[in-house]
Design a protein around this ligand. Structure first.
Ligand SMILES: C[S@@+](CC[C@H](N)C(=O)[O-])C[C@H]1O[C@@H](n2cnc3c(N)ncnc32)[C@H](O)[C@@H]1O
Length: 597
């Protein structure tokens, strides 16, 4: 779905019921149109496109019906919330007002009215102070009649109001901090508006001015997430994913070369007190604050899984003659691993290069992670692995907590790449991006696309970028494999894409026709001392810069359809469409690399 298609569809809606029917079927693919762009991108390039779409809806028969007093169905309110969020980020406050008029009376409308009051400022010396009572009345009323989530949104909006009132006049050379603070501290006002006593709000009153910009970025991200959650809760069947078929039924495990950790690595894990303890969800929601014990559990459970995944995938990549020829030429192979943790993806890549036997380069690893304990273990493992490799190994461990919202992620990752100043032969990002989306689904939208935007130009011309991640629904909104597929497709569809997918085979060059709910899923067997019959599943894409992509894909066999989901054994992808299969159909991950095979 494009914005233009949405505009056409909305303008055609002859009634609210018709609109509801269209949204029930399509909101899941309309949502991404409203997220994933930074404030700057919206403000500079796209803002008016959204106004056109909204105008199409507002002037449709369905929009007229709302103005005539008909109550819009939940799906329509959900769409209005998307508009509200995008207009706020695009600084289109008149449009915020227009949307607000269509939202049914109640807490959400009051919050939206409050937002308009403190955003649509004409005189920053006076308006923030003069509108204090109006804004507080709206936020307090919305707080009084709300759920926990709704109350939190009111509190976050109040924080943003305070921060705007301090920071916006300041940028015009005015200082109203003491005047606005006095209102927030006034005991009489606190009795009238108890929301003023919210601890997170009171804490801001004492914060040094230098920290306020950062605090505002954080609160904006929370507001975006809260507003999105409100939209989801209105139509949970449409916008929140259920645990799907990934756990049920028959599954298929395609051929894999490696299914056991090498003994020497097993021995090292034992020395490091690795413990096997799969804890689906609690471990994988976010790992950046894991302590020593959790890291040991990670080492004995998830590290081996990642090693097996990465070892197999790199073995398969290194079996492609075009890639072999390129990697044989290299004197140095630089590998950047983003969200490396204890280093399973790096270890797998090193094992594959070692076994390939033709690597004469020094391998230089840069590992970035937000967990110092994991990084230290990563270093210990690499120090040990070095003795088992036929090539030289250097490594740098970089402690770095990248912001988990798009606004913060882009500058931070871009600065990281600039400061490191290298071009890489391999960039890997293994099961770490899901954690950004688990922190806040809406503000993280676009991170995968932008990571590729920055990482592909940081590759050497014959470099490879592997983005692999979980296939679960830990963020409670969407299968992460769907998010991954969608954002990689969006990246590739962009006019400034510097590279494209080579694997899975069906995702190479056919992404324009992809079903938005498609997700790929590969299952691996995993064995090691602590668990002899474990399994692991991931979704992944391997991308490479365009000229190299052409050389590689030209060497592929072309089949009509490929199997790409281990949990859907009777399904294959044919040019982006799902197809039920009865005949033997090749696996989309491996085994069909070379023409004539
Ligand atoms: C589930 S672990 C995966 C580790 C490793 N890539 C693997 O596959 O075994 C996720 C990793 O992402 C890191 N991570 C999560 N959020 C991060 C952030 N904002 N910045 C940097 N690293 C982050 C965590 O510290 C953790 O080590």
């Amino acid at each position: 779905m494009t914005l233009q298609e949405l505009e056409t569809q909305l303008s055609r809606c002859q009634s609210l019921a018709e609109c509801d029917q269209f949204l029930q079927a399509n909101l899941h693919q309309i949502r991404p149109l409203f997220y994933g762009l930074t404030r700057r991108e919206l403000q500079e390039y796209r803002r008016f496109d959204y106004e056109d779409v909204f105008d199409a809806f507002a002037s449709s028969k369905a929009g007229c019906d709302i103005r005539d007093g008909h109550i819009p169905p939940a799906s329509v309110v959900s769409l209005l919330i998307f508009f509200l969020s995008v207009f706020e980020r695009a600084l289109l406050y008149r449009a915020v007002h227009a949307v607000t008029q269509l939202i049914p009376a109640g807490p959400l409308r009051q919050q939206s009215e409050a937002l308009f009051e403190y955003k649509n400022i004409e005189n920053s010396a006076k308006d923030y102070l003069n509108r204090f009572d109006t804004i507080l009345t709206l936020l307090q009323q919305a707080w009084n009649h709300n759920t926990e989530l709704g109350q939190r949104l009111s509190e976050n909006l109040l924080q943003e109001y305070l921060l705007d009132a301090i920071l916006e006049p300041k940028s015009a050379g005015l200082d109203i901090r003491s005047a606005i603070t006095a209102r927030f501290l006034d005991q009489k006002l606190q009795q009238s508006y108890p929301i003023l006593l919210t601890p997170s709000v009171q804490k801001l009153l004492d914060a040094p001015t230098s920290q306020l910009e950062q605090a505002r970025n954080a609160v904006r991200s929370h507001i975006m997430e809260d507003i999105h959650t409100q939209a989801c809760l209105l139509v949970p069947d449409v916008l929140l994913m259920k645990i799907a078929d990934e756990f049920g039924g028959e599954t298929e495990i395609p051929e894999q070369t490696h299914n056991r950790l090498p003994d020497f690595l097993d021995d090292q894990l034992e020395r490091m007190n690795a413990a096997y303890s799969p804890q689906y969800r609690s471990i994988s929601r976010t790992f950046s604050d894991a302590d020593e014990q959790k890291n040991c559990m990670y080492l004995g459970t998830y590290f081996p899984r990642t090693v097996i995944e990465s070892w197999n995938i790199f073995t398969e990549l290194l079996s492609i003659p075009v890639i072999q020829a390129a990697f044989r030429q290299k004197d140095i192979i630089r590998l950047l691993d983003i969200g490396s943790g204890t280093g399973g993806a790096v270890a797998g890549a090193l094992l594959a290069l070692n076994e390939w036997g033709q690597c004469e380069a020094t391998v230089a690893v840069t590992a970035l992670d937000a967990n110092q304990i994991a990084l230290t273990k990563h270093g210990e493992i690499l120090d040990y692995l070095r003795d088992h490799l036929t090539f030289e190994l250097d490594f740098q461990l970089r402690y770095n907590q990248l912001p988990s919202d798009l606004e913060g992620f882009i500058p931070a990752f871009s600065t990281f790449l600039d400061e490191e100043g290298h071009h890489y032969d391999l960039v890997t990002c293994w099961k770490s991006l899901c954690e950004f989306y688990n922190t806040g689904f809406a503000p993280a939208q676009g991170i995968i696309r932008n990571l590729l935007n920055l990482a592909l130009p940081a590759l050497v011309p014959n470099g490879l970028c592997v983005v692999a991640d979980v296939t679960s629904t830990n963020n409670n909104v969407e299968h992460f494999a769907i998010t991954l597929n969608r954002e990689v497709n969006e990246y590739e569809a962009g006019s400034d894409a510097k590279g494209h997918t080579i694997l899975p085979l069906c995702c190479a060059s056919r992404t324009k026709t992809c079903d938005p709910r498609c997700y790929t899923q590969r299952l691996f067997r995993v064995g090691h001392q602590l668990a002899s019959h474990d399994q692991t599943k991931i979704a992944y894409r391997v991308l490479t810069p365009d000229p190299f992509w052409h050389s590689i894909t030209a060497s592929f066999n072309n089949h009509e359809a490929y199997r790409v989901n281990a949990a859907k054994i009777h399904q294959a992808c044919a040019n982006g469409s799902k197809r039920t299969i009865t005949d033997p159909t090749p696996c989309g991950y491996t085994g069909f690399f070379t023409k004539g095979e």
